[in-house]
Design a protein around this ligand. Structure first.
Ligand SMILES: [Zn+2]
Ligand SMILES: [Zn+2]
Length: 173
């Protein structure tokens, strides 16, 4: 959702307080897209300091589903977003293309984009469903948190693997 800044820009000292829904449904981090499983409204406070300098504060809570780095099971991870920054609207007119300023087009602040950018800053490199997640077997794909498989035993003991190969050959014949 966008917030129109014309009123707050009309006079020094003007304050704008809004509580708006977050329209963002997914976060694009790296080459992947993650679904937001929960989100609070966004509280936005904007103060016109002076001379077209805005102080912007925004807060919201979101949760996202992120696959565990070992077993790929989705983990719900909560994020607390708290943004506090100043934007000089005069500079914005002359220094276009700066990342920060792409949040504002004309006199409209793109709140979803601002929240998305902040989530990217906080985005974890890797999430685990639990500290001791056993992951999935690289040979048969079994989730080792729930089931055991025999692959590891076989690869640990090459003689056992050789014997089981012989047995499986017998079965095939
Ligand atoms: Zn896991
Ligand atoms: Zn296995």
């Amino acid at each position: 959702m966008h917030i129109q800044l014309i009123d707050v820009l009309s006079q020094d000292g003007q304050v704008l307080h809004r509580e708006i829904p977050l329209e963002l449904d997914t976060v694009e981090a790296g080459a992947e897209r993650f679904v937001l499983s929960a989100k609070s409204p966004v509280t936005v406070d904007i103060t016109h300091m002076s001379g077209r300098v805005l102080h912007i504060e925004a807060r919201c809570q979101v949760s996202a589903l992120i696959p565990c780095g070992r077993c790929l099971e989705e983990v719900e991870r909560a994020f607390s977003v708290s943004i506090s920054r100043e934007v000089d609207m005069k500079k914005m007119e002359t220094e276009q293309g700066l990342d920060e300023y792409s949040l504002i087009t004309g006199t409209e602040l793109d709140v979803d984009r601002m929240i998305h950018n902040e989530l990217l800053v906080q985005w974890p490199l890797r999430v685990l469903c639990r500290e001791d997640c056993k992951g999935i077997c690289s040979r048969c794909g079994t989730n080792l948190n729930y089931h055991n498989c025999d692959c590891e035993k076989q690869s640990l003991d090459p003689r056992m693997a050789a014997i089981s190969d012989i047995f499986s050959k017998f079965k095939e014949e």
